[in-house]
Design a binder for this molecule. Structure first.
Ligand code: SAH
Length: 223
């Protein structure tokens, strides 16, 4: 066995440990989510310098002052979306592209928006390299959604918002689900919103900490 093989095995073990210790031991029970998180390599979405921490139980820096979300939070948000395989999903905050890849494995098509040009380009590169052909990336302000392809069966916001952006509520399909962290700049609650013919129903799925959602229907850029 050569070095690179043993390294790959080590990483595979770390990923399996993450599934057991960080996800199954908490409230992640959706078998599809567990399977896909056992397959997608988180190390592909972070820098060389952080490779040894790829399966840490925490967010990690990805440049531009942003972070790749904690694996547990990726799993929880994905589980709350209850994906069956055919959905059209809108993601706000592409970041590293890791959550995007998880969504692409579990849904029909993923539309993802990132406000940092560098991160958007970086994510495009890695998602292309990994062969995800059902992902459409856009650079811009995601708080106003992506009207062209609306409505979306699912919407996921991976940055903290002062309120649920109205544009995103409008672009959610009837029977659709949106997950969005809502709170102040430092702490949020993960809100799960269901749209019905007659209106919206929302539920708090627990506390969380995200970087701020900055844009027209989010926070202002200068604090
Ligand atoms: N899911 C990503 C999370 C990245 S952190 C991952 O796990 O890698 C949140 C991201 O939201 C950051 O990259 C930030 O630049 C982006 N963001 C913040 N406000 C935004 C907006 N209005 N539109 C699009 N992206 C935004």
């Amino acid at each position: 066995m050569n070095n690179s093989n043993s390294e790959i095995r080590g990483v595979g073990r770390a990923r399996q440990r993450m599934i057991v210790e960080q996800l199954e031991s908490r409230q992640i029970s959706d078998q599809r989510v567990l399977r896909v998180m056992g397959e997608v390599r988180r190390e592909s979405f972070i820098s060389e310098a952080l490779q040894s921490r790829a399966y840490d139980d925490s967010p990690l820096p990805i440049g531009d002052g942003q972070t790749i979300s904690q694996p547990f939070m990726v799993a929880l948000m994905t589980q709350e979306l209850n994906l069956q395989g055919t959905e059209k999903v809108l993601e706000i905050g592409t970041g590293s592209g890791y959550q995007t890849a998880i969504l692409a494995e579990l849904a029909g098509k993923v539309f993802t928006i990132e406000r940092s040009y560098n991160l958007s380009q970086q994510a495009r590169k890695v998602l292309e390299k990994l062969g995800y052909s059902n992902v459409l990336l856009r650079y811009g302000d995601g708080t106003i959604g992506w009207d062209e392809f609306a409505p979306y069966d699912r919407i996921i916001v991976t940055a903290g918002s002062p309120d649920v952006p109205d544009s995103l509520k409008r672009q959610l399909a009837d029977g659709g689900i949106m997950v969005v962290p809502v709170g102040d700049r430092y702490r949020q609650d993960l809100m799960v919103i269901n749209r019905h013919e007659t209106g919206y129903e929302s539920r708090n799925a627990g506390g969380c900490v995200f970087v701020p959602l900055i844009g027209r229907e989010g926070w202002s850029a200068n604090g």
